[in-house]
Design a protein around this ligand. Structure first.
Ligand SMILES: [Zn+2]
Length: 191
């Protein structure tokens, strides 16, 4: 039978084992050294556990082995990877198409789309979400500006509404005055 080295017991390859003789069952703690930071992971286990099984336990706890990378260093590495990840070719094509459509159908000076075009249609044509298109357009091409006719109508409406409220208030004041006069007069006619 081939004798295999117990890497933990022999303290090799970044592994070590500390055994504590106890009453009843002796306990052991296996240690694993992270190759990227000073962290040393530990696992309590039974003394007789083979090294492969201890390795497996560390893997289950989120470690990468040989080289050993602790769960903390692994998630940091994953974050960096995600941040520098390149967009997929499909995503790049969709973005290029969006850029082209906006350049063709959106006038940044007028802040307006050509007839029949809007963020929604660009989103539909490129497969991107409308939110993405709107954000991109506002950042790279500019915000939508209201057409002059619409802006003029909006200010006319606001002025009329204000006038209506003011007139209403003066009518109410007039009515109140008349009622008061009527009150005074009727008091005179009561016997
Ligand atoms: Zn680490």
């Amino acid at each position: 039978m081939k004798h295999r080295e117990h890497s933990y017991r022999n303290g090799v390859a970044g592994r070590r084992l500390v055994t504590r003789p106890g009453v009843g069952s002796p306990s052991a703690t296996a240690f694993l050294h992270c190759s990227r930071c000073p962290h040393e992971g530990s696992l309590k286990l039974s003394v007789r556990m083979p090294p492969e099984q201890i390795d497996k336990k560390f893997t289950q706890a989120g470690w990468a082995l040989d080289p050993h990378i602790c769960p903390g260093c692994r998630s940091k590495a994953n974050e960096r990877k995600a941040m520098s990840a390149k967009p997929s070719p499909d995503a790049m094509r969709a973005q290029a198409q969006m850029f082209h459509l906006l350049q063709t159908h959106f006038d940044p000076n007028k802040g307006a789309f050509a007839d029949g075009w809007d963020d929604k249609r660009v989103a539909a044509d490129t497969g991107l979400s409308e939110t993405v298109v709107t954000e991109y357009r506002e950042t790279c091409f500019g915000k939508l500006k209201e057409p002059e006719e619409v802006a003029a109508l909006r200010s006319d409406i606001a002025a009329l509404e204000k006038l209506q409220q003011e007139s209403n208030a003066s009518f109410l004041a007039e009515i109140a005055t008349l009622k008061k006069q009527m009150g005074v007069l009727s008091a005179k006619w009561v016997f």
